[in-house]
Design a protein around this ligand. Structure first.
Ligand code: ZN
Length: 281
């Protein structure tokens, strides 16, 4: 079975036509069956069974959408962010609720950090159920930001290039990654990042899969590429190490074998999905 990236999937009916109808949203919010997301320590609360936690609506600041035809709301959050417990909590979050977790977290965080108009500085107003903000002074409309990030494998002669950043736990290696810059294609960004961080030239960049990464609002664009040379020039400002690993090395890491030469990215990272699909191909 082909594993989808964690956080992938529709998660809920975003009910776009409803967003333009404030009366309908208000009616939903007053209904006895509507639900509001519970928050804990700056994150959507996850119960012992891995599901998101809900309560009766008290603060219908943002209309998330419809989940099994039930209107779902999110209250205005002052403190939104990833605490030290985030990654332990992610291991518990159910894959079915992960897309909604990602949408609510990124949306609430965006509102908490973007109250003022970027054009004129006036305080902007929430419109479209929370899926945009409009400035009453200059009429500029602002949308929740999405930051595209390329994350990619480079293959040379059957081996994969993986690297580790300084903050990774010991012996963990993962796919190299970097933000897409303005004026760049995904292919350009993949080639530039691999050149900057590892000194290699690549061709045949292919898109594999994407993943919303809500810390705070990235869109991970998973790619593969073919390296034209294998001599590495590592940018030690970005990476602690980068190496080529054989197919057997990668298989050992994914299978969790004791002789594995490195530890793989965790299951909720799209880098893990890229490695698993590369092995299966
Ligand atoms: Zn303005």
């Amino acid at each position: 079975m082909r594993r989808e990236p964690f956080f992938a999937g529709p998660g809920l009916d975003r009910a776009d036509p409803v967003r333009a109808q404030p009366e309908r949203i208000a009616e939903y919010a007053r209904s006895s069956f509507a639900l509001e997301l519970v928050w804990q320590n700056g994150l959507p609360a996850v119960g012992p069974d891995g599901s998101l936690q809900w309560r009766q609506v008290a603060d219908p600041a943002f209309f998330l959408g419809l989940k099994d035809n039930i209107p779902c709301f999110c209250g205005c959050q002052q403190e939104v962010g990833a605490g030290p417990a985030t990654f332990g909590m992610l291991a518990n979050l159910s894959a079915a609720d992960a897309p909604l977790f990602a949408a609510a977290l990124s949306l609430a965080r965006w509102h908490s950090r973007h109250r003022f108009c970027a054009t004129c500085g006036s305080e902007s107003e929430v419109i479209r159920g929370g899926w945009s903000r409009k400035c009453p002074a200059c009429s500029a409309e602002h949308y929740p930001r999405v930051d595209p990030v390329v994350i990619m494998l480079a293959e040379h002669d059957g081996r994969l290039l993986l690297g580790r950043q300084y903050h990774y736990p010991p012996n963990h290696y993962s796919a190299l990654a970097g933000f897409v810059e303005v004026g760049e294609t995904v292919e350009d960004a993949v080639a530039r990042e691999l050149k900057e961080e590892a000194g290699i030239d690549v061709a045949d960049v292919s898109y594999v899969a994407s993943q919303p990464w809500p810390f705070p609002s990235s869109l991970m664009l998973g790619c593969t590429s073919r390296a034209l040379n294998d001599a590495l020039t590592i940018d030690f400002a970005e990476l602690e190490d980068a190496r080529w690993f054989t197919r057997d090395d990668v298989a050992a890491a994914i299978e969790g074998r004791e002789d594995a030469p490195f530890l793989p990215p965790p299951p909720h990272a799209i880098a893990r999905t890229l490695l698993e699909r590369w092995l299966a191909a």
